[in-house]
Design a protein. Structure first.
Length: 244
């Protein structure tokens, strides 16, 4: 028997139509809150590490796409009002990361002065261009939700794959185990939340059930849970050897 409870998160447009039982909403809210906390903590730690190491840990393409995504899907055309309260702080944290990358990022681009000397305009202009891309992306789908899911998958793949590739620079500056743990938890519980919704209301999530979407999910989970920690510890060990 379902027991009424106080909603910490307002019902989404989809939930307002389906009116799911309290037990479903309770689990869904818990998953959303845990994943949101994980990603918020990761953003804060990314900012902290960037200033500590005088470098950056978010690859440029990932930073640009994530910032643009927060602006478009969180502030310009949010799927629900509560999204603004999440995207707002995240956008501020992304802006801090952009500032840190502009200030300290040149050290990672000594081999390419064209990039090193022009980060101050490359990043902001790329964010504006990417915002335009996402607005056009939305117009390419009949349903807004499908554009939201597809674009989020693109971002997550760039985030997870990019994090592994970013370590190929040969050092862990801008990275930390704390960032990995919080980021991976944020991503994992987001995926669990999607599966929770798909299992109970598959008719409302046809895009999530597509093989290409499922494949993408498993690719970024493999990067987060397997490839990243292996690469991180390998690069970290090489760094320690250089110091001895």
């Amino acid at each position: 028997m379902d027991v009424p409870y106080f909603h910490l998160i307002p019902l989404s447009p989809l939930d307002q139509v389906n009116l799911p039982p309290a037990s479903f909403l309770l689990v869904q809210e818990a998953l959303v809150l845990v994943s949101t906390f994980g990603w918020t903590a990761a953003y804060v730690l990314y900012c902290r590490q960037a200033f500590l190491d005088r470098s950056y840990g978010v690859p440029l393409i990932t930073l640009v796409l994530n910032t643009a995504w927060e602006v478009v899907f969180g502030l310009i055309v949010p799927p629900s009002n509560d999204m603004v309260f999440v995207a707002g702080p995240w956008t501020i944290l992304e802006a801090i990361l952009i500032y840190a990358t502009i200030k300290h990022g040149a050290v990672e681009w000594k081999h390419t002065p064209l990039v090193a000397n022009n980060l101050w305009w490359i990043l902001p202009s790329s964010v504006v261009i990417s915002c335009g891309f996402y607005l056009a992306f939305i117009q390419s789908f009949e349903e807004f939700r499908n554009a939201l899911i597809a674009s989020a998958l693109i971002n997550q793949l760039c985030t997870s794959v990019g994090a592994v590739l970013h370590l190929s620079k040969g050092n862990t500056r801008g990275h930390s185990l704390g960032i990995w743990v919080t980021r991976t938890n944020g991503t994992f519980w987001t995926v669990v939340a999607h599966y929770w919704q798909m299992i109970h209301y598959p008719q409302d999530h046809p895009l999530n059930l597509l093989p290409v979407i499922q494949y993408g999910m498993w690719v970024f989970l493999a990067c987060d849970f397997i490839l990243y920690p292996i690469t991180y510890f390998h690069v970290s060990r090489l760094e320690k050897k250089k110091l001895t």
